[in-house]
Design a protein around this ligand. Sequence first.
Ligand code: IPM
Ligand code: MG
Length: 357
Amino acid sequence: MNVQFVLLPGDGIGPEIVSQARRVLEAVADKFSHSFHFQEHLIGGCAIDATGDPLPEATLDACKKSDAVLLGAVGGPKWDDPSAKTRPEAGLLRIRKELQLFANLRPITPFPELLDASPLKPEILRGTDILFFRELTGGIYFGPSSCEDLPGGGQRAQSTMVYETYEVERIFRLAAEAARNRRGKLTMVDKANVLEASRLWRRVCGQLVQQEYSDLEYEVVLVDAMAMHLISRPASFDVVVTSNMFGDILTDEASMLPGSLGMLPSASLGESGPGLYEPIHGSAPDIAGKGIANPLATILASAMMLRHSCQMPDEADCIEQAVKRTLAAGARTADIAKPNEQAYGTVEITDSVLTAL
Ligand code: IPM
Ligand code: MG
């Protein structure tokens, strides 16, 4: 098979980890006799430096024409000035919107080999396997916002959470179908005791359950309570569906369950067109360029990419198994190593994955 990938390394550790994922993809192409083509483009802070725009037209065009996009990370202290004209993150939000990637899948599956890398007790963690569906192109991230100077001094700023029925329906359906293919449990997280937008979610989702998904074990949980339950009983969740901002916050919290943000991939999908795949961690400017970043989340994101955008489940399994074998053999980057353990570098641990492959 002939596949066209766009790579968006971005900022910070982005280039280091994306180049390692590319090595793995090239090895998979060899092994399965595919022809993978790669085009690299700018996004984020490096794109602002080069063109003034965090998502240059050339990047967006190339993404739209591709089969799938693999992104590293964007942002860093260099572009953090709150009064700057634009920010690296704006590029990420725009690409999500432009490619209509309304569903962000974030699997939280602790590796048994890494149980003691987690701050939680192994007996609480055991059996945890959660798939988050975060709504990605609506809500408070994209609602009307403004900031005005007040006559008496000071300012007033607002950000608005807006949802329409169809936006809730389409993400909920994807989550419900996924739950059917997993353990049949679906949790919807909102703040319906306070927010009108959440009450819409609750009505729309409740109705869909009644009409189409009554076979599922369905529960609704308030977002503040969910923050607590994720820590106290993570193994009791299967598929979780929620709005953009709640999903952003809860998945960072959940990412601590497996012990390191450095292990978690994510997929952003639309109704059709290319998907966008990325690690859920950020650009980690503090360790950029040192060769110690953990590339496994990005390597696992490429496995998701092969599975969801290229219909290559065997190839995806093959990468995931290679990562598992690498961990089982004791290879650890600094973020997941025990204090007295010798840590592998970014390239070294990828070498182990390639050997396992
Ligand atoms: C994420 C990130 C982004 C978000 C930032 C970088 C804009 O935190 O993908 O979770 O808030 O969506
Ligand atoms: Mg986030």
